[in-house]
Design a protein. Structure first.
Length: 458
């Protein structure tokens, strides 16, 4: 696939790396030469310095025969202009744009070929807000991702000594929870993946990913650690786009929210936009301010500024002063590896959150959802099975008859309104949504080929 990416920020660079490793022809454009320095040799891609929407720059990148334009600069208007020009002059088949401003997102009717020709819109703020809300609703989870419109969830949990399943074989999970259908998709022990088998013994500090219907998540979590009732008191640090959107979402869901912001002008602006949130002017790393706002009685503290260091420090301080859980946005992958679990409860990488949504529209085959897991090391995929036994490698076949790539677990199916936890004898039908956990991302192309319909397949 020939792909032109506009914007060499965290998201654009991450996408260029992933797509180049999958044998795509990738060209990355950015106005800042420093952003592109070294990437051409490091990632095996082409790089061009220039103003992305300019026709001459797009032509230099090969837009005339490109399959996809991915516009992910930090300026909505630049992304929209690039998609407009790519469509009007070159009829680029697929155009994906990163749009951040709520003012645009509340008018989806403008994004069509007759107005602004964008095929798919990615909103980082919306994606991150939903991820954090899922973590707040499931305290103690390391990651929560949803499939099939939220009916089924994949949850990552760290196993603690004393959990009923800890020290026992995985097959005992069915004995403990005979009325609940669930499956462990993967286990990570000291950062190394273990393919889960019935005889696998769960040890303390294992990171366990399991899949179940949303209504059964808490019961399964209780097998691995003590389960807390979701708290209603939340403090947010940073009133940027993400902080404002999350505050609004939490308000709508009945949470008691306090929002701390250093910029007095932004404090006044946000206070007028929120109805039930207490908006405070101050520094979230100010010990006295946190004490005054009862940080020791707060269930969740979220650090959401655009500065990694500030988020880490305020999260550490909040945790030390008594907040039950601390979540921080951190862009630098080196920081994430150092601080997650040992210092803060959960660290969210904005670019990885966005990358999963982008890949959903780029992967071959019909992919309904893709989620990046464990800091990009693994993926969870919702693939739609099409065709019939003559044209598909999966339709009409039992799961134990399918040649899954090594390190790949087919965990569940969604068939209409039914959630089916996968067994070896389960037969996949046409239009099933199949949930797959892939430990080794180099195997992704093999998974994609499994779900592609071929007229000549026998």
């Amino acid at each position: 696939m020939k792909i032109v990416i506009l914007g060499a920020g965290h998201v654009g660079t991450s996408m260029a790396e992933i797509l180049s490793l999958e044998a795509n022809d990738v060209t990355l454009i950015d106005r800042n030469a420093n952003q592109l320095e070294g990437l051409q040799d490091q990632l095996d891609i082409r790089t061009i310095v220039g103003n992305g929407p300019h026709p001459g720059i797009l032509e230099q990148a090969g837009i005339e025969d490109a399959d996809l334009l991915l516009a992910v600069t930090d300026q909505d208007e630049v992304n929209m202009a690039a998609c407009q020009i790519a469509y009007s002059l070159y009829r680029t088949p697929k155009k994906i744009a990163r749009i951040r401003a709520t003012e645009y997102l509340t008018h989806p009717e403008i994004f069509c070929n007759e107005s602004i020709p964008i095929d798919f819109i990615i909103s980082p703020e919306q994606i991150i807000t939903q991820q954090i809300l899922a973590l707040i609703e499931n305290p103690g989870a390391l990651q929560v991702v949803e499939f099939a419109g939220g009916r089924i969830q994949l949850v990552g949990v760290r196993a603690y000594f004393g959990g009923p399943l800890v020290g026992h074989e995985l097959r005992d999970l069915r004995k403990h929870l005979p009325m609940i259908n669930t499956r462990v998709a993967a286990v990570y022990r000291r950062d190394r993946p273990i393919i889960p088998l019935g005889e696998t013994i769960i040890e303390p500090d294992d990171e366990v990913f399991f899949i179940a219907a949303k209504a059964h998540i808490r019961e399964v979590m209780s097998e691995l650690r003590s389960v807390e009732t979701p708290g209603r008191r939340v403090i947010l640090a940073g009133a940027g786009n993400i902080g404002l959107r999350l505050a609004r979402t939490l308000e709508d869901n009945g949470y008691r929210v306090k929002l701390i912001e250093r910029n007095p002008d932004r404090v006044r602006e946000v206070a007028n936009l929120l109805e039930n949130t207490v908006v405070l002017h101050g520094d979230a790393a100010d010990r006295e301010l946190l004490w005054q706002e009862n940080i020791d009685q707060t269930e969740v503290f979220c650090a959401l500024t655009n500065a990694d260091e500030a988020n880490i420090l305020s999260g550490m301080l909040a945790k030390r002063l008594g907040a039950k859980h601390a979540i921080a946005l951190v862009s630098r992958s080196a920081y994430v590896d150092l601080i997650e679990s040992s210092v803060l409860d959960v660290v969210i990488s904005p670019q990885l959150a966005t990358v999963g949504a982008l890949l959903t529209h780029i992967r071959r085959g019909d992919m309904a959802a893709i989620h990046s897991l464990r800091r990009g090391a693994a993926e969870a995929i919702e693939a739609v099975a099409h065709g019939d036994p003559a044209t598909s490698q999966v339709v009409g076949r039992r799961i134990d008859e399918i040649s899954l790539p090594p390190g790949t677990t087919l965990s569940a199916l969604v068939r209409g309104d039914d959630v089916i936890i996968a067994k070896g004898s389960t037969v996949i039908e046409a239009e099933d949504h199949v949930i797959i956990f892939v430990i080794d991302k180099q195997r992704i192309p093999e998974v994609e080929r499994l779900f592609q319909v071929a007229a000549t397949f026998i």
